[in-house]
Design a protein around this ligand. Structure first.
Ligand SMILES: [Zn+2]
Length: 253
């Protein structure tokens, strides 16, 4: 699913779901992923729930496309007006912080009455990828939440504050066992910054390091609060929980 598509195969002209018209109903659009040839169509353009784009089953997404329905974000499953980005990210770092977990048994069909705000890193990341980077979600611009190849032009001076980054490992060596650091570079195609992950907890460091090593050609997504390392174009952030890290099933290519 996607909250925007392109009208043309060369991906020059965008169409946001919120601007789609009934007349667009039977028009084939192009997946935002330029490597993916899925046939995208608008859904719910005249419904009560929010419109979004979905691929036709017989012309689906390539493996690992972020817009396939298994990865994808459906705006009708989450309460947008309850979503607070910084609050959500700080909870990923402090999962025990008076988080009262009510087990909601059985997800019902529409999920409308049971819907919650986005809260896992994968949910928030999928939402950000679904929208155009200059669009917004609950009033916050997508590019101010996720740093990727689309939004990097918004960061000429570096990575500061609460952000999700989409990166890959630094080569040839991405970790330092003595300092308990893991170094990524971001964004993936037009690498601009080094992102150093700092760990206090040795077991957590080893766990994340080994997991990344086993998936060293994959896209890595990190949620944290970033600050300057003191070195030009190098930024650092604390990792206190596995919930801040997501390794995608997508090769960096
Ligand atoms: Zn696709």
């Amino acid at each position: 699913m996607a909250m925007y598509v392109y009208k043309d195969e060369a991906r020059t002209e965008k169409l946001l779901a919120k601007n789609a018209q009934k007349a667009d109903k039977n028009t084939r659009f192009y997946c935002p992923n330029s490597n993916c040839n899925a046939y995208m169509y608008i859904c719910n353009v005249d419904g009560i729930s929010m419109a979004y784009f979905r691929a036709r089953r017989s012309y689906g997404h390539i493996d690992g496309c972020i817009h396939s329905s298994s990865n994808g974000f459906n705006p009708n499953n989450y309460q947008e007006d309850m979503f607070q980005f910084e609050n959500a990210l700080s909870k990923l770092m402090n999962p025990s912080k008076s988080q009262i977990k009510k087990e909601t048994p059985g997800e019902n069909g529409t999920g409308e009455s049971e819907s919650k705000p986005l809260h896992t890193i994968r949910q928030i990341y999928s939402m950000c990828k679904s929208y155009d980077c200059t669009d917004d979600y609950n009033g916050k611009e997508i590019g101010q939440m996720l740093i990727d190849d689309r939004s990097i032009y918004m960061y000429p001076k570096g990575v500061f504050g609460w952000r999700i980054i989409e990166g890959k490992i630094k080569k040839p060596l991405f970790y330092d066992n003595d300092k308990r650091e893991i170094t990524l570079v971001a964004p993936i195609k037009n690498v601009k910054y080094e992102c150093v992950l700092n760990f206090d907890d040795d077991a957590l460091f080893k766990d994340v390091r080994n997991n990344i090593y086993a998936n060293r050609n994959k896209v890595i997504v990190i949620a944290s609060q970033w600050s300057s390392s003191g070195i030009y174009n190098v930024f650092c952030a604390p990792i206190k929980s596995k919930k801040q890290v997501a390794i995608l099933n997508t090769e960096v290519g």
